[in-house]
Each structure stands twice: as structure tokens, then as C-alpha cells.
Design a protein around this ligand. Structure first.
Ligand code: ZN
Length: 397
């Protein structure tokens, strides 16, 4: 009986409590791993995560299979030769729903598109299957879902049994096995035959709804995300709630959300364009006012409300309207922004200011001879930087 553990979940996946003898207790990754003579715990494998639960009331962190031994990993040692185990049935049943759902989904892909399942994984929120298929349309997925759920509604029996030796050739396995028996077969009555060591319910009705959520190309295949049973119910509850809230808040029909949102979005884009035009007009007036009120050829100012784009637009409009030099600063959030512009008729090269001002604001920038923009992080030095720029310009004039 060396290292061999009887897997109680093979015969009864609904069994949650068991008693066992400790065969071995070995140090494992800072904790301890127990090998038992029998267990209800499913060890992580074949895309299905391990069960959760307790041994003598202590939490089992994970269950893995290494060198043919099922290791129940615990944080501490158990000083007993006998243990009382209990698995978390909510987690177990969830895995049963996802796993059996995958068998049906995989056989549906095979039956409808002759496409094989290359890999399968039960995740914390969704499960995935990678299918040997080049692409899938919305209609293809709908066909798959309809067939899969029809098998669920027919409440077919799910049988598990071991087949030994050459007898395995008599079983129409979806994926033929190279290994010669004994092989555990999971049969969804008259529909699917798979070699599998996982946990599944006794009837397909227990799986509940099988729903594909999305799909994407991966390598040369397509990977489908799906949920079954309670996960599908929770997904529907959440999506229906959000859909209802959207429809109430924006006064749209929940079955016409896409076209309604598209309409709203195009209206929003139109409004944005209009606002931008109006803002530009306002800035043009502002530019005229600043230029006509200017008492000096150098106009210096600090703004707080504008965006860098608006500041640039304002500066450009001012130098177009008058023979002036503009030294503007923007003090917003964590960064500072400077726009230094000069009417072309004055003939200064504003780029000469870049190496002079940048170190003061710990920034960088660039531009043309008539307009440069600088951006930096030294907010406190903005006033000083503008004063220095002003002096520099006045010395050149
Ligand atoms: Zn399975």
C-alpha cells in the first residue's frame, strides 16, 4: 500500500466527509504534506484545481500529485495517525459543473465542426477551452451553445467506469488514448466518451446553463471562455442588473442597447466638436482682448484653468494679432507647462530659450522659431522661469 491512496471521489463525487490513516507526513515548502490511505480530496490536474477543505479541522492549502503520491499540503504538522477530512462542497460542486460542462462543450465542437479540444482550464471566474478551429462566428457559437444546453436539458446520465486492456478500443473515445488500460471513462450517455479522472455530477441537468462568454484567436486556434451552472447564473444576474440600470438611466430599450449607445455616442461626438469650435472662438476673443490691453511688447501671464492645447491656441492667436512676445505659464496638477511665442515680424528665435529655461523647471520641450512649448515638474519655479524668460527676451529686443 506504499504511497497509494484510494480516490474516494471516483466512486462518489458527492461524498464530503471521510476518515483516513496517515501513511506519510513529509516536510513540504515550509509546511507539511500528508499522504493518506484514502481521500475525498481531488488533486490539481487535467485543468481542474484541487479541492479545498480541512483535515482534523486544519485548512488544506492545496492538494497535488507528485511521483504518484497525493499530497495534502498543510501549514502545520498533524500529530495523529488518523485524520478526519472534510471537503468544501460548494467549491467541489462548482468544479463538477464546469468540468462536466466542458465535456459537453468539447463534444459539441466535435460534433458540429469536427474540432478537437486542445486544452482546458478551470479558472477562478471563468473556464477556457482551446479548440482546434481557425475562427468562430457569432452564429457558430450560438449553434454550439444550443446543442450543449439541449444535452443539459435532456438530463442525461453521466457514468464513470474503468476499462482495462484492449477493451478500450471498443469505447468511442473523443480523444483516443495511447495508454493501455485501465482507463477511467466518463460517459455522457449517448453523447460523449472521454478518458478523464475528474469529478462530474451524475446527470447533465445538474450542470445548469452552459454559456460561452467570449472567444479570441490564440496561436492558430480559438480559445473560448465559458461558465456553467452557478457561475452562469451569477453572470446573468450581474449582466441583467447592469443592462437594466443602463436602460433606466439613459432611457433606452435594453434589447436595443447597441444601436442606442451608438446613437448617443455619435451625438456626444457632435457636441464635443461644437464645444471645441465655441471654445476656439472664445479664445480668439480672449486673444484680441489680451493683445489690445497689452502695455508692453512682452506679455507675461500664468493660467490655471486652461489645457496646454488651449494655451498654445491662445498664444498663436495673440502673436497673429500683434507685434508682441508671449510668455505664458500653466500651473496645473503636478506639472507646469510653458508656451513661449513671438510674432514673426519681431524676428526672435524662441528655441534659444529652451536650454536656458528647461533646467529651471526640470523639463523638456521644443518647437519652432516662433513658438516653443516646455513641460516640467518643478512647479515652484514657474514664476522665476517666466521672469528669466522675460529678461532674456528684453535683452534681445
Ligand atoms: Zn472530466
Amino acid at each position: 500500500m506504499e504511497g497509494k491512496t484510494k480516490r474516494l471521489y471516483f466512486d462518489d463525487p458527492y461524498k464530503v466527509k471521510f476518515e483516513a490513516n496517515v501513511i506519510e507526513e513529509i516536510p513540504y515548502g515550509g509546511g507539511w504534506a500528508l499522504v493518506l490511505d484514502q481521500t475525498c480530496f481531488y488533486p490539481e490536474s487535467g485543468g481542474q484545481p484541487s479541492d479545498r477543505g480541512t483535515l482534523n479541522g486544519l485548512s488544506v492549502i492545496k492538494v497535488v500529485e507528485e511521483n504518484g503520491k497525493i499530497l495534502h499540503v498543510l501549514k502545520q504538522k498533524i500529530d495523529s495517525k488518523k485524520v478526519c477530512g472534510q471537503i468544501d462542497f460548494e467549491v467541489r460542486f462548482d468544479h463538477m459543473q464546469q468540468h462536466a460542462g466542458q465535456h459537453i462543450l468539447s463534444q459539441s465542437f466535435f460534433e458540429l465542426f469536427k474540432a478537437e479540444t486542445l486544452s482546458f482550464h478551470i479558472g477562478g471566474d471563468v473556464s477556457t477551452v482551446e479548440i482546434d478551429i481557425r475562427k468562430a462566428s457569432e452564429e457558430d457559437v450560438e449553434k454550439i451553445e444550443k446543442l450543449a444546453n439541449q444535452i443539459v436539458f435532456q438530463n442525461k446520465e453521466i457514468k464513470t467506469y474503468f476499462v482495462s486492456g484492449d477493451e478500450i478500443q471498443q469505447i468511442p473515445l473523443r480523444k483516443p488514448q495511447k495508454k493501455k488500460g485501465p482507463i477511467r471513462v466518463v460517459e455522457v450517455s449517448d453523447f460523449d466518451f472521454s478518458a478523464c479522472g475528474g469529478t462530474h455530477p451524475y446527470r447533465t441537468g445538474e450542470i445548469g446553463l452552459i454559456k460561452v462568454l467570449k472567444w479570441e484567436r490564440i496561436r492558430n486556434n480559438v480559445r473560448f471562455e465559458f461558465v456553467c451552472g452557478n457561475r452562469a447564473l451569477n453572470d446573468y444576474i450581474s449582466k441583467n442588473r447592469q443592462m437594466r440600470q443602463i436602460s433606466i438611466r439613459f432611457n433606452i430599450n435594453e434589447y436595443e442597447v447597441v444601436s442606442s449607445v451608438e446613437k448617443l455616442f455619435s451625438e456626444f461626438k457632435g457636441q464635443k466638436k461644437k464645444i471645441k469650435k465655441i471654445q476656439e472662438q472664445i479664445i480668439q476673443y480672449e486673444a484680441q482682448e489680451i493683445a489690445s490691453n497689452a502695455k508692453d511688447v512682452v506679455i507675461k501671464n500664468i493660467f490655471q484653468e486652461k489645457t496646454p492645447e488651449e494655451l498654445r491656441f491662445l498664444a498663436l492667436n495673440i502673436i497673429r494679432n500683434g507685434e508682441v512676445v508671449v510668455i505664458f505659464g500653466l500651473k496645473k496638477e503636478a506639472r507646469v507647462h510653458l508656451v513661449l511665442a513671438c510674432a514673426e515680424s519681431i524676428g526672435l528665435d524662441m528655441r534659444e530659450l529652451i536650454p536656458f529655461i528647461c533646467p529651471l523647471i526640470k523639463g523638456k520641450g521644443g518647437g519652432s522659431s516662433s513658438l516653443v512649448e516646455l513641460s516640467g515638474e518643478e512647479k515652484e519655479n514657474l514664476e522665476m522661469a517666466l521672469d528669466r524668460a522675460c529678461e532674456f527676451i528684453k535683452n534681445k529686443l
